[in-house]
Design a protein around this ligand. Sequence first.
Ligand SMILES: *Cc1c(COP(=O)(O)O)cnc(C)c1O
Length: 401
Amino acid sequence: MPRFYTSAVHAGRQDFRELCVHAPPLDLSTTYPVDDLATGTASFDALVAGEAEAGNPIYARLHNPTVARTERAIAELEGTDACVAFGSGMAALTAVLMERRQHGGHVLVVRPLYGTSDHLLASGLCGLEAEFVEAGDIGARLRADTTLVVIETPANPTLALVDIAAVVAAAGDVPVLVDSTFATPVLQNPASLGATYVLHSATKFLGGHGDVIAGVVCCDDDHARPLRTVRAATGALLHPLAAYLLHRGLPTLALRVERAQANAGEVARRLERHPAVAAVHYPGLGNVRNAHLVGSQMRGAGALIAFEMKEGKAAAAAVMRGVRIITPAVSLGSVDSLIQHPAGLTHRVVDAAAQDANGITPGLLRLSVGIEHVEDLWEDLAQALDAAADTGGVTELRARA
Ligand SMILES: *Cc1c(COP(=O)(O)O)cnc(C)c1O
């Protein structure tokens, strides 16, 4: 098996010489000619049953060769048999929940989670009763109808880590889904620790350039087949052009993550010393839950930082207003740096008490560090922090008056 840097460049491209191409073919067909009805019917049956491919793709909701190529590449990087791609990270999670619903009605969930994942689970929209628990209580809360355990590590937005192997052990026969979006396959491989489903919002680091919305689930063939069946039935497809762009980003994945991570480590250390900042949460500083997993479960600390402004929400808003190189926007994992306010944006849909209990405070900002020069990033952030320190307190007082 080639090493990661090599796989990242060559995954999903192994048949190029045979095809005599140097870039992946982009197949935009919605339908495919069926000359022989008997083989067409066999292909149709195989795809509806969730096979990864068949002699004839039949119809693009059942199969698309460009999407399948990207899936093979991501499965290779994640170290799983299969990968099933969806139109977004949320569509990917929904497909897993719909499939698990057929096996039981109860799901155990460890907070914090990406805000919309929390909302989807808490709302019961997919027909599952979600019970939010501490990771250490999973064994005790399992029921006969528990069909899934959901964790996210590092967790959005606080960067708390969850011990995947410990959760897998506690869950016993119940499948564990790990949202590994923040880690990417560069930094951790949950399936190698026993996770059944590895979910990525490929919108983030895998795409990496802020121009693709996509989600993937990496798992073994037996768990992939029913997910393809759900995808074919619900139409939660990844468009082939999006799959093409996603594949286009993979060769630089390790380079991007490593550079962004190096920048993040430096920015996190400097943030800790800034007088306007009350606290910095970064796995590499050893100050998030289970930070000891950096170096074992995780091969690095990642490129996301959360930090709290001493002067609360007004100062956080002032930082978002003040940055020039860093973009004040939701999302993460792009080549460029992004900063956002979880309580005001991504995590608004989370129950207020759960926000408090999980450290989603009014002064919290989440910074997704990009691959720019670290000195430019720091200068930009420092001037925004200085400006916020000058005005933040005053604005806060005005807001209260
Ligand atoms: C963005 C994100 C999602 C949702 O993915 P979309 O592609 O936006 O649907 C899920 N989990 C995490 C950790 C995320 O950051």
